[in-house]
Ligand binder design. Structure first.
Ligand code: TGC
Ligand code: FAD
Length: 386
């Protein structure tokens, strides 16, 4: 894509190297197989070892836990490049890294970190994150899943819905209440009796990612799998979302760039009324508007990444960036779909796959409305959630 504002000059050599590696992986390994997986609604498990080899799982964590101390900007670039391939792939990496490795790193004991993180960074263990429930989505404080103390551990009862990776995961980070209000986190292994998962079928979005339900029926979780740092309560769970939402802000713009690139090359190549579509003023206005929003979001994401690297970003910064990127990426994908005419609805041309995926990305990790309310609360000091 054109780099009119020379944003590349703001990246360091290491960031460019990791971006390049992921770009090549997406071109060589993802794009040739993704249509098939999207059509069959199957998870591309054959990519796992290559993703692990790239060293991108938990990449911002210290080396002793399988990470590479990479910058948040490098992680953002990885999310962007992956989502040029498919949002489902970026989802997999977000969930594994930000929603599952991060809480074990931030809230886990040393024993838990040593036991789980290296295996997760090499994809030997896959994880999922259970916060949402059938009757508790935007308002996770209303969750019903309960953890009751018993000898040597906890008994968990409840269910979690719309959980990415649930059916392929070896372990789940499950959030549950220990009384009427206090939320805590647990590492639940799939082998624990009382833990089961079911796949959600017939999704029209994120079809190359698996989504499921987790059922917990008197599921015994030993004390050693309780996350001690989750005593912060719901904010511990929300802290993981902050990390993942940051990656999504970059990722959504990756999907947007893929749609823009497709629209630009298509409108230059296709003739109507004796001229390339790209030569018409209305088409150029569309392309200029799409490109403008990509450049704006990219520079915002980059500044956010730099703030995160200095530990100076708040969750409000992340909400604004996630809200902006998802909204604009969805608009760009819909416009690209329009510019491709009938071909726009074909799987072969990718844009409608991206567009459908972005419908989920717009909703998960906090809906557009939730992020408006978070930014609105910051601006006004008034809580409009309830
Ligand atoms: P509220 O009073 O706002 O906050 C409670 C405490 O938490 C703190 N906090 C945060 N901390 C870190 N990061 C954040 N993002 C935080 N948001 C809030 C807050 O400061 C407070 O701390 P303290 O110390 O004062 O207690 O609580 P609330 O119940 O009013 O919550 C409101 C709201 C809307 C902000 C929050 O509940 C929310 O974000 N809702 C959206 C739910 C959501 O995003 N769910 C995502 C589920 S996971 C998912 O979708 C994965 S998709 C996977 C994929 O990529 O495939
Ligand atoms: P609801 O909360 O019921 O909201 C419905 C609508 O009402 C939305 O438009 C919302 O913005 C609006 N609304 C709600 N409250 C208000 C209000 N106060 N003011 C104004 N508008 C409001 N969750 C996990 O825990 N782990 C996962 O791995 C995970 N993966 C997912 C994967 C996919 C493909 C999808 C689609 C979802 C996933 N989710 C996951 C769940 C996701 O986080 C929730 O769907 C999301 O938080 C919204 O919750 P909900 O669907 O219950 O919608």
């Amino acid at each position: 894509m054109h780099d009119l504002f020379q944003v590349d000059d703001l990246l360091d050599a290491e960031e460019k190297i990791i971006r390049e590696a992921v770009t090549k992986f997406v071109q060589a390994d993802v794009l040739p197989i993704i249509e098939k997986h999207y059509e069959n609604a199957s998870f591309p498990a054959e990519l796992l070892s290559k993703i692990a080899d790239l060293g991108i799982l938990g990449m911002t964590l210290p080396e002793e836990y399988g990470g590479s101390n990479a910058s948040h900007v490098a992680y953002g670039l990885v999310c962007q490049e992956l989502e040029k391939g498919d949002s489902g792939l970026r989802s997999f990496v977000s969930v594994q890294s930000s929603l599952c490795m991060y809480p074990i790193f931030a809230y886990g004991s040393e024993t838990q970190k040593k036991k789980y993180l290296p295996a997760m960074s090499t994809a030997k263990k896959i994880a999922c994150f259970g916060l949402t429930e059938p009757n508790s989505g935007s308002d996770p404080a209303s969750m019903k899943t309960k953890a009751v103390k018993t000898e040597g551990g906890w008994l968990l009862n409840g269910s979690k819905l719309w959980i990415t990776n649930a059916t392929v995961a070896d372990l789940a980070i499950v959030w549950a209440k220990i009384d009427d209000t206090q939320v805590r986190g647990f590492i639940v292994e799939k082998s624990f009796p009382g833990f089961s998962t079911h796949e959600i079928k017939n999704k029209l979005s994120l079809r190359a990612s698996t989504t499921g339900e987790i059922s917990l029926q008197n599921c015994f979780v030993p004390d050693e799998n309780y996350l001690p740092g989750s005593e912060k309560g719901l904010s511990a769970a929300l802290g993981c979302l902050t990390k993942a939402r940051y990656g999504i802000a970059w990722g959504a713009m990756g999907a947007a760039q893929a749609c823009f690139d497709a629209a630009l090359s298509y409108t230059k190549a296709r003739n109507q009324f004796g001229k390339p579509l790209a030569s018409f003023q209305l088409i150029q206005k569309s392309l200029a508007d799409m490109y403008t929003e990509i450049v704006k979001a990219q520079t915002l994401n980059l500044q956010l990444g730099r703030l995160m690297d200095k530990n100076k970003a708040d969750y409000v910064n992340v909400s604004l960036a996630k809200m902006n990127a998802c909204r604009e990426a969805l608009k760009i994908a819909r416009e690209a779909r329009n510019l491709l005419g009938a071909n726009g609805i074909s799987l072969e041309y990718h844009v409608m796959r991206h567009m459908n995926n972005l419908e989920s990305v717009f909703t998960y990790e906090g809906t557009d409305n939730m992020h408006h309310l978070i930014v609105g609360r910051y601006l006004t000091g008034l809580n409009a959630f309830s």
